[in-house]
Design a protein around this ligand. Structure first.
Ligand code: NAD
Length: 288
């Protein structure tokens, strides 16, 4: 395949950041304050601490009035709910993110569903998901929103295209399928119970792989000229990041593809920041 295009997520994230900085300046001029993101981190999970550290750093670079609430692993459901209620009631808190996974003694579902739609910066509550299905969500789950931003940046038109999403999680697969559908693609969702996934991917113009299985797909599973988006993230034995797609020979078949690392990953945090601003604007305009 001639003219293979590497979809560079870092480049897109940098472009979104530049745009965000000027939008934040406009927001501050209009409303007299910066947007604010509050992250709740419970316990000592090493990966969660790293992710939250990255979020804290980028929020600081954008000048957000943000705070990370570090809670002990021993916190009770009631104490955590009381803390969340305070953040929910605080008019200066725009976005609330509870870092998952929570310790097993806590009811994650109940905690997540407490967050009101207008502060749900990850678009994970039933209300936010319903708004996405209806096509008017102010904030959409960050990773699929980042994929759409990459497609837009590289002017990959999805309208009328056949798209396959592999994975149906609440955080990636399902919102991804809805976003593609809202953008007028013809969408098929494949998952762990789908027999012969290749029979779907080999006919698709766009394939988003979010199965959480290292190198589940490879070049021979796609049609010539396909756009392949790899959401997967796995550390191999050499501590190198690998995706759900084996990149070997992909550039000979696909028209465009995201690398791992440096594809979808860098977009997720930037979309979290964009969502925070969108929710801040939504609340200010709607008098919440
Ligand atoms: P998940 O485990 O919640 O869901 C995986 C989905 O894939 C399920 O719906 C399941 O039905 C499907 N699946 C599992 N095995 C399959 C198989 N063999 N064939 C077809 N479908 C299969 O995972 P998730 O949270 O949706 O994340 C998916 C992947 O994306 C993971 O590797 C995760 O680390 C990565 N991820 C990356 C980012 C990022 O910023 N790059 C963000 C979120 C998730």
């Amino acid at each position: 395949m001639q003219n293979f295009m590497l979809l560079d997520g870092k480049k897109v994230a940098d472009a979104v950041k530049v745009e965000l900085l000027s939008e934040i300046t406009r927001f501050e001029a209009k409303w007299g304050r910066k947007p604010s993101l509050h992250v709740v981190l419970v316990g000592q999970d090493p990966a969660s601490k790293i992710y939250v550290g990255h979020k804290e750093k980028i929020a600081a670079e954008l000048g957000y009035q943000s705070r990370v609430w570090k809670m002990p692993e021993s916190i009770s459901q009631k104490e955590l709910e009381l803390h969340l209620q305070k953040l929910i009631a605080d008019p200066l808190v725009d976005g609330i993110l509870v870092q998952l996974p929570l310790p097993q003694n806590l009811d994650s579902d109940r905690i997540m569903q407490m967050i009101p739609f207008e502060k749900d910066v990850d678009g994970l509550t039933a209300e936010a998901f319903g708004a996405l299905a209806a096509g008017h969500a102010p904030a959409v789950s960050c990773t699929p929103a980042g994929v759409m931003e990459i497609l837009k940046f590289y002017q990959i038109d999805v309208r009328g295209k056949s798209a396959v999403v592999i994975g149906r999680s609440q955080i990636v697969g399902k919102p991804m399928a809805l976003l593609l559908l809202n953008a007028d693609a013809t969408v098929t969702i494949c998952h762990s119970k789908t027999p012969d996934i290749k029979s779907f991917t080999s006919r698709a113009d766009i394939v988003v792989v979010a199965a959480g299985k290292k190198h589940l797909m490879s070049a021979r599973d796609f049609k010539e000229g396909a756009v392949v988006i790899d959401v997967g993230m796995h550390r191999d034995e050499n501590n190198k990041l690998q995706g759900d797609v084996n990149p070997l020979g992909l550039d000979k078949i696909a028209k465009a593809a995201t690398p791992v690392p440096g594809g979808v990953g860098p977009m997720t945090i930037m979309m979290l920041m964009k969502n925070t601003l969108k929710l801040a604007e939504f609340r200010m305009k709607n008098g919440h």
